[in-house]
Design a protein around this ligand. Structure first.
Ligand code: FAD
Length: 419
């Protein structure tokens, strides 16, 4: 009889691990509680799926925010370039965009899931949809023995009425807590705890931030070429980049990165922050530019003149923030008023009161402790035959395709772990 493996979760890591296991001739069953496989993959990269990042190795590990060292073996065994080749061989042409981000040429995330589903079919993976894993069984020898599960139609809590899949290997690929609407509701953490593992503190990461200021009038405004500085618990300034205002706060690449840094700090909200709206020039240079502008167009009023400096939808906000009068003529603006304008442009203040929560978080910071997982095989150090892959592990990265690469690399390691 061939070895039996049960994969809990048919997301990125679960689908990929099932292919690796089935390729080796194992009898593989994937349990997925949703009605379809890869529900989260469909919404990744705004529906285009930025499935990896073909950066150099150093950049990859620099982009992993938590426990990069844990990923050394797994990444070296299956790198970003291997991911690209894997999908190309699976019949999915690939393109690389700005920042070395890789996407399917079609710009359709479902091509990634389709490629995985084709291979799962080819290697005979048995898929049970609408099926939720409920409990992992372990024998006296601290060896995994199988998984209890229930189907949606038979929503039972009685163990006698549940299905049972006996297995020598169980792969936990349940994801984390982010975007629970896609099926990742933290079940993997429960399985880990029930089998004696430590789960580190979890918190939403790569998530929009909320502000004390009511910024709804700025919602939708995207600011390019700005920097964001978080003032506490330690001062952290971003590189020049893009951010945007939402109805309740701020989002966009700079903000998601800041949220990931904040997730790693033991900080209590509120946290002060500021935006430099003109990071390319100093305060003195900005002041000279404003003096010139107000001299050359001194008859125009401030509301009109500020169009030269800020997006139109921001002007009323800036005028209020600086305590200025929008009808004042440029030539009448005093040095004191100009100084305030310069200061607020370089230090646009915001008070961050929290984040938008798991419902809007791209990733979960925290998870099953890496101290209890063998980094070469992803097998538990406590229960033989039990493996962890993907987001359920306490490792996470910045945006750019790195998180899915973590899913592929850890799933490859688990799927190819020796007998
Ligand atoms: C909006 C959004 C956009 C993103 N974009 C990108 C991107 O472009 N690039 C990138 O690298 N990363 C991106 N990510 C992150 C990426 O999607 C995750 O890192 C990745 O999906 C994690 O894979 P996983 O297989 O570990 O978990 P998931 O993809 O979450 O899969 C877990 C699966 O397990 C199933 N499951 C859970 N519990 C059970 C149970 N008890 N029984 C049966 N099944 C169960 C779930 O239904 C789910 O299908 C994005 C995330 C979000 C939310």
């Amino acid at each position: 009889m061939s070895e039996r493996a049960v994969v809990i979760g048919g997301g990125a890591a679960g689908m990929f691990a099932s292919i690796q296991l089935a390729k080796r001739g194992m009898d593989v069953t994937v349990l997925e509680k949703n009605e379809k496989l890869g529900k989260k993959v469909f919404i990744t990269g705004k529906g285009r799926c930025n499935f990896t990042n073909v950066c150099d190795e150093e950049t990859f590990f620099r982009s992993v925010m938590r426990n990069p060292k844990f990923l050394y073996s797994a990444y070296h065994a299956f790198r970003a370039q291997d991911t690209v080749e894997f999908f190309e061989n699976a019949g999915m042409p690939v393109k690389v965009e700005r920042g070395r981000r890789a996407f399917p040429v079609s710009d359709h995330a479902y091509d990634v899931t389709d490629a995985l589903k084709r291979l799962m079919k080819r290697y005979g993976v048995n898929v049970l949809l609408n099926t939720e894993a409920v409990r992992i069984e372990t024998g006296g020898e601290k060896q995994v023995t199988g998984v209890y599960f229930r189907s949606k139609e038979k929503n039972t809590d009685s163990q006698e009425e549940m299905g049972y899949a006996a297995a020598e290997r169980v792969i936990i690929a349940t994801g984390g807590l982010s975007y629970p609407s896609t099926g990742s509701t933290g079940d993997g953490y429960r399985f880990a705890r029930e089998t004696g593992h430590t789960v580190t503190d979890c918190t939403p990461s790569l998530v929009p931030l909320l502000t004390e200021e009511n910024v709804s009038e700025l919602a939708g405004l995207s600011l390019k070429n700005v920097t964001l500085t978080i003032l506490k618990p330690k001062k952290m300034s971003s590189e020049i980049g893009e951010m945007l205002f939402t109805h309740k706060g701020i989002s966009g690449p700079l903000v998601l990165t800041a949220s990931s840094i904040l997730a790693g700090e033991k900080c209590t909200f509120p946290v002060g922050a500021e935006i430099d709206l003109k990071p390319g020039i100093t305060e003195e240079e900005l002041d000279r530019r404003i003096v010139r502008l107000f001299e050359e167009h001194g008859a125009k009023n401030l509301s009109n003149l500020l169009r030269e400096l800020f997006p139109v939808s921001m002007i009323n906000w800036m005028i209020r923030l600086c305590g200025l009068d929008g009808t004042e003529k440029g030539r009448d603006v005093t040095r004191k008023e100009r100084n305030i304008l310069v200061r607020m442009t370089k230090h646009f203040p915001l008070m961050i009161t929290g984040n938008a929560g798991y419902a809007e978080a791209v990733i979960t910071k925290g998870g099953v402790s890496v101290k209890e997982i063998d980094p070469k095989t992803m097998m538990s150090k406590k229960i033989k035959g039990l493996y962890f892959t993907g987001e359920v592990i306490d490792t996470d990265a910045l945006t750019g395709g790195f998180n899915l690469q973590i899913a592929w690399s850890t799933a490859f390691a688990a799927g190819n772990a020796p007998d």
